[in-house]
Design a protein around this ligand. Structure first.
Ligand code: C2E
Ligand code: MG
Ligand code: MG
Ligand code: MG
Length: 292
């Protein structure tokens, strides 16, 4: 495996012992089976909320692997290996398929909330991706604008041209794009000048340090400002405390996500949660209208 980006995870992977690489190969063989099985790869769901009204602004799908022998695995345990294998395309298709299945169920319940899926930047090198996603949208009969693709911006410059094309085709479909972990990549700002995105997700590392690092606070403030100037939605990630929530609201951040609101939850819990969020947001708005 070639270390194309300077991420620490890649370096750690490259220096892995032979035993560890053998284990990664075994893991990939098992993933191939998991993609055919029905119940091993599941999506945990985490809502984001509007900081003014409390209404749900979206739900992020986060992959979990219920491995028959290794137990529950998190993305950190296997995504890196998947990204460097030929399983990436079938894996991405699997996740989008499952997410759209969930979105279709929400539509049947009359819930109009977008679902966000994480897509490795490497998936964007595959020119077949837009057609595959278009086909899945049609099959599930989900409007394209209910699907948000969150892209982690570890894009290699030399590959930007291919990625531009793929992202352009996705935009033509009507799918929405978000930059995940904004501020942590090498090319975040360049990225914004090349493709039009709809959403910036402020990385958790800045939110966590906001209170005691003026630098982190300045980055959060600047990202919110940038979003306002470019007309993009800004969502703060990893909000864990009421203080962080209040600070973000004061800075004019539109939406937030994190353990303070909800931990990622199983799909069978989410409809009730979305309902109650929508109900309480309504309850807040109605008395205001009655007064006016
Ligand atoms: P991400 O997209 O930035 O997702 C946020 C991560 O932070 C998730 O970890 C989530 O569970 C966690 N999180 C949410 N709120 C809080 C909080 O308040 N405090 C803390 N400490 N953590 C919080 P998770 O699920 O382990 O996912 C890690 C990363 O793996 C994701 O980061 C995303 O880049 C990647 N990932 C997840 N699912 C997929 C997938 O289906 N495909 C691909 N390609 N990548 C995925
Ligand atoms: Mg994400
Ligand atoms: Mg993130
Ligand atoms: Mg991430």
């Amino acid at each position: 495996y070639q270390a194309k980006t300077g991420g620490s995870g890649v370096a750690a992977y490259d220096s892995a012992t032979d035993a560890a690489s053998t284990d990664q190969l075994a893991l990939l063989a098992e993933l191939r089976e998991a993609l055919d099985a029905d119940d091993q790869l599941v999506l945990a769901l985490q809502p984001s909320v509007d900081l003014t009204t409390g209404a749900p602004t979206g739900v992020e799908a986060l992959i979990r692997w219920q491995h028959p022998r290794r137990g529950w695995l998190n993305p950190a345990d296997f995504i890196r290996a998947v990204e460097h294998s030929e399983l990436l395309a079938p894996f991405t298709r699997y996740v989008v398929d499952r997410a759209l299945d969930i979105a279709a169920e929400w539509a049947r319940h009359g819930l109009d909330v977008p679902i966000s899926v994480n897509v490795s930047a490497r998936s964007l090198l595959d020119a077949r991706l837009p057609a595959q996603i278009g086909e899945l949208l049609r099959r599930h009969q989900v409007p394209a604008d209910r699907l948000v693709l969150e892209i982690t911006e570890t894009v290699v410059m030399s590959e930007l041209e291919v990625i531009d094309e793929v992202l352009g085709a996705l935009r033509e479909l009507g799918v929405r794009l978000a930059v995940d972990d904004f501020g942590t990549g090498f090319s975040s700002l360049t990225f914004l000048t090349r493709i039009s995105v709809d959403e910036l997700k402020v990385d958790r590392s800045f939110v966590v340090r906001m209170a005691d690092s003026p630098q982190a606070a300045a980055i959060v403030r600047t990202t919110i400002d940038l979003g306002r100037q470019l007309g993009l939605r800004v969502v703060a990630e990893g909000v864990e405390t009421a203080d962080q929530r209040a600070a973000l609201a004061q800075l004019g951040c539109a939406a937030a996500q994190g353990y303070h609101f909800f931990k990622p939850m199983p799909a069978d819990k989410i409809v009730a949660v979305l309902r109650s969020l929508l109900d309480s947001a309504q309850a807040q708005i109605l008395p205001l209208r009655a007064d006016g």
